[in-house]
Design a protein around this ligand. Sequence first.
Ligand code: T4K
Length: 376
Amino acid sequence: MIHPFEAPIYVTRPTLPSFDRFARQLQSVWHTKQLTNNGPLVQRLERVLASSMNQERVSVVANGTLALQLALKASGIKNEVITSPFTFVATAHSIVWNGCVPVFVDILPEAQTIDPEAVERAITPRTTAIVGVHVYGRPCEHPELKSIADRHGLRLLYDAAHAFGVHVDGKCISHLGNLSVFSFHATKAFHSLEGGMVTARDQDMITKINYLRNFGFESETEVVTVGTNAKMNEIQAAIGLLSLRSFGDEVRNRMRIHEAYLNHLSEVPGLSLPPELPDRVDSNYSYFPVLVDHHRFGLSRDELFERLKAYNVFARRYFYPLLPDLRSYSSSTVRGDLSVAREVASQVLCLPIYGELEPEIAKRICEIVREIQRTV
Ligand code: T4K
């Protein structure tokens, strides 16, 4: 019997800069006493992010959920917005907080992103936008979604919360769609404790977001829109700037974990590993989701999830339950059947992956999975 890990192994852990470097960064904050309200570190973070994102304009905010809410608000969406049921609640919540109705449609079996054909079938005269989710950092079927959005005169936004650092055809994923939204939450490959970002090619759109994040202030005496308080503060920006410096290492280390799982789980009957991404996509290895086929594996996903805990391994069922199965969405609008999404949500299990995880630990997690299967 393999011994349980002495300390818990969580699905993720944030990589932090050395405390000394952080303290040095903080000295400037202590010196200026500018803690928030578009301080110098927030401005620097925006400049550094913008320069790394193919001329995209950026606006950083307090978290990814507010980024989504502001992006939808600035886009002027109304009535129905078509989106994925297989995502974190924040995607749909942001639609509802904008007074709109999320319309859930099915996902594709491989990539688990929204199915363009299901999107097209769900369009009505009330539809104003599509919100695709690059789930686990896997790009949506952009050319198809764009052609649908163009034909029907819809806005196309992407929830890219998982996709910071992902490139498609050598360009940052933010170049897809009218607007993209990223999360810099502590559980993400790149983080600023909490944080988020909206990107767009259109400077007017980013100017709107900048007003919205700061109560709508245009100047000291003029408020041009009914905004909110979504400002990032200087401590978040300090962590963000330091995390950016080590982001390349973070992705390389995650790739080693990803490969360790591929090597040591490929022969396990009943376990489907993440599909290989097309060559034109550079991944950020943000999650390692596997699908557990109850009959072939010998245990259900939930049983495996529970048994791993006995070994001190805390995997997560991102994203289960499906959004329309949550009480707050029990009367939500579903168009077409969600059979693919339902099956994926019932089988998915995200295994631990983060920059500071040792490949040896990942290998031992694989041995544990095989031992659990042997002892069924
Ligand atoms: N759109 C999508 C598609 C998203 O997935 C998300 C967020 C958003 C939008 C909204 O972005 P934000 O507003 O959050 O920026 C987590 C995150 O809170 C959430 O950001 C994320 N997606 C979602 C998928 O997962 P939980 O409830 O699973 O997190 P929690 O606290 O259970 O953390 C998981 C593990 O991470 C812990 O077991 C230990 C580790 N951890 C976590 C935190 C917060 C740490 O080691 N340190 C930490 O500080 O939601």
